[in-house]
Every structure is written in C-alpha cells, then in structure tokens.
Design a protein around this ligand. Structure first.
Ligand code: SF4
Ligand code: SF4
Length: 106
C-alpha cells in the first residue's frame, strides 16, 4: 500500500487511450504532481503556497509523502478527497524514473 496518492488524472471516456484509474501505476512518491500543481485541498487549507507545506521528503522511505495522509483526526477524509490508493496521476512524468529529494529546487 502506498503512503501517498494525490488526485488521479481525470480520464476522457471518449479517448480509448485514456488510462482508467484502475490501470494507473502506483504512486511512488516522486513529488512531481504536488510540486507542479498544488492540489485543491492544500489550496483550501493554506491558500497558494509553493511548495505545499504538507509535502514531505521521507528519508527513510526514500520518497515524498503527503502529511495529510497521516493526520490523526482527518486522515480518512483527506485520503478520500485525494484519491489515496488510486494510483499515479502522471504516469509518464520523468521524475518517476528518478525519485529523489528535490526540496529547494523549485
Ligand atoms: S496536500 Fe498533499 S496531495 Fe495536496 S499538494 Fe500537498 S502534499 Fe500534495
Ligand atoms: S506524479 Fe505520480 S508518483 Fe509522483 S507523487 Fe504524483 S502520483 Fe505519486
């Protein structure tokens, strides 16, 4: 089970090449989606903030995680809102091939 899965890319049902959520590869915590485009939940919580305060490089895991997924009180709410467990929203982004700490680069 992955620790962090931001929203899935909306698929166009008229496009036969469009991936369905069930076909999406697992989130591996490369951080591309969050560092590129802060999610709506983060906007609601913090306003525009780049980077998102909840994006955290977990050195032990060797990946980015969303700290909202670990929130003691609202974890389930956030997991549902952010489609946790439904796979990567940007499967072709090149960061997936090079998962590393990119703090301070953007
Ligand atoms: S709240 Fe979580 S999913 Fe949203 S931008 Fe921040 S780290 Fe990413
Ligand atoms: S781009 Fe994909 S693998 Fe990278 S953090 Fe986002 S959902 Fe996870």
């Amino acid at each position: 089970m992955t620790d962090f899965n931001p929203p899935s890319e909306s698929s166009d049902s008229s496009d036969p090449q469009a991936p369905s959520p069930s076909q999406a590869p697992d989130c591996i915590g490369c951080g591309w989606c969050c560092l590129t485009d802060q999610c709506n939940v983060s906007h609601d919580l913090y306003g525009y903030s780049q980077p998102c305060p909840d994006l955290y490089w977990d050195e032990a895991l060797g990946r980015y995680v969303c700290l909202l997924m670990r929130d003691d009180e609202k974890r389930e709410q956030y997991r549902k809102a952010l489609y946790q467990g439904e796979g990567c929203c940007a499967r072709f982004n090149p960061w997936r091939e090079n998962v590393r700490n990119r703090d301070g680069e953007r």
